[in-house]
Design a protein around this ligand. Sequence first.
Ligand code: ATP
Ligand code: MG
Length: 275
Amino acid sequence: VTFHADKLRVISGESFSLKQHDAAETFDISKHKAEKELKDHVKQLAELHELLYAENKRALLIVFQGMDASGKDGTIRHVMSGVNPQGCTVTSFKQPSAKELEHDFLWRIHAAVPEKGSIGIFNRSQYEDVLVVRVHGLVPKEIWQARYDQINAFERILAENDVTILKFFLHISRDEQEKRFQQRVEDPQKNWKISPADFREREYWGEYQKAYQDAIANCSTKEAPWYIIPSDHKWFRNYCVSHIIVRTLQSFHMRYPKANPDVAGVKTGGKQTPR
Ligand code: ATP
Ligand code: MG
């Protein structure tokens, strides 16, 4: 089975059309195969993360965006299940606090960028400021429109300072969202996940798609690419995301640092300082 993650990567923003992406795509990969591979990826990810931590040279920032019920939480839970919590941070961006609103929109984002040696996950991100903010007219058009360039500049600063950025748009269809909302209403264990606000937001589906279209078209850069993840099938979504993260970490060609010379000089079995 050949699966090229590059197919999901937005190369040129100019020709990008969200409408041309099928949320139910699976590229002829079977569920069985995808689930087996995911297990493999999870294992590899744990080892690669350990290397990243040991090397302490760079950070990986993973951004998740998507409509309600697109699976941001579920993806994070599945894909990162093997990762050492030490050296990994997850930040969920909600409505900005009064204090955060006193600053520029990137202030709280920058503060959450992972440090060298670690993986940082954004559950929602700087993109909310050109998505929900636009859809609900929370700031005038001139303000949110200027933010595309500001986001690109910000992401370039990070990339030039050893932060590799992956951006995943978890793409679901309107029907699939409805199905998942319905499950959340019916299943007592999922009830807590749904609120009247979610149904209200659903009314803005078209506006959100437009906002996503523009955000992705304007902010697809070489240093911080967007990946459009077909997410109607959870197993395919998890498989794609884990595959891309593993591939990215492998591309760093990391090595464990050489032993500290002092430690290397100590002979095993020789006289050692008592602990
Ligand atoms: P999710 O729906 O992602 O699982 P949640 O249900 O845990 O999140 P919510 O409070 O529903 O928590 O989601 C956070 C809300 O905050 C979203 O509606 C999001 O659009 C909103 N939000 C995030 N960033 C901003 C921002 N910069 N300005 C305004 N609203 C924002
Ligand atoms: Mg919510």
